[in-house]
Design a protein around this ligand. Sequence first.
Ligand code: HEC
Length: 246
Amino acid sequence: MSADAKHSSPSRSSRSERGSGLIETVVLLGSTVLLVWGGLYVGSYSGRFDASEFSEVPHGRPTKPVAVSADPNAAVLKAGLKGYNNTCVACHQADGNGNPSLNIPPLAGSDWVLADAPNRIVRIVLHGLGGPVKVKDTVWSGGAMNPWLKTADNPAGLTPDEIAATLSYVRNSWGNKASLVSTEQVAAILKETEKRSDPWTEQELLKVPLAAGAPAMAALTPDQLKLALKALPADALEALLKDVKK
Ligand code: HEC
């Protein structure tokens, strides 16, 4: 009996060893499958742990459309396109690139058009332009632009309102981006230049200040310059003098 027991015990223990090995394998395999499945699940459904995925607003619920107010500039630019098509397009073309074979410079990307203030281009449209003019690093000469203000002599021209809209369109088309031109700006320049009838030259236009209201230094008489300097606060004048002496 004791011998039996001695004999039987190793075989029983080896059976149980074999049995526990099988259980271990099953558990190992099972947990591996679970781990892989869990990983795939998290990978597919975690939303990369993005905060919005876990917000109280379920993903995918349609959001309320944001009210887009009609662009107040759209009407001006539309009127400007009309003015452009009636009076400028034949020469400067629909794409604003001008017509090099006829000496007509581009408006797209032109520094004249894109200047901070429209003081100079308003003058060009009011009275025309003649002589050589530098546009986009090229000197254009041989062409001239006639005035486009509507008058008794020029009934096909544009009113101040239409000039403002047309230049607003020119300053905001073909990649151009600059402030709109107001009718008040055009009317003010028309008043400043009421005695003028000749077309502008580049030289004259370059003296026209671009910053509205501030007279260009070059256009000041020595007396006006003295007055302007006297009006400066003492510390600003001192800083300016130091700068000049450098
Ligand atoms: C008959 C052809 C013709 C028409 C129409 C015309 N232009 Fe011009 N424009 C020219 C020419 C030519 C020049 C260059 C003048 C020179 O060489 O001095 C010019 C120059 C200009 C310039 C300055 C240079 C530049 O390229 O930026 C502006 C700005 C301009 N035109 C705007 C207009 C606008 C706005 C209209 C419509 C209201 C218009 N032009 C209509 C022929 C024309």
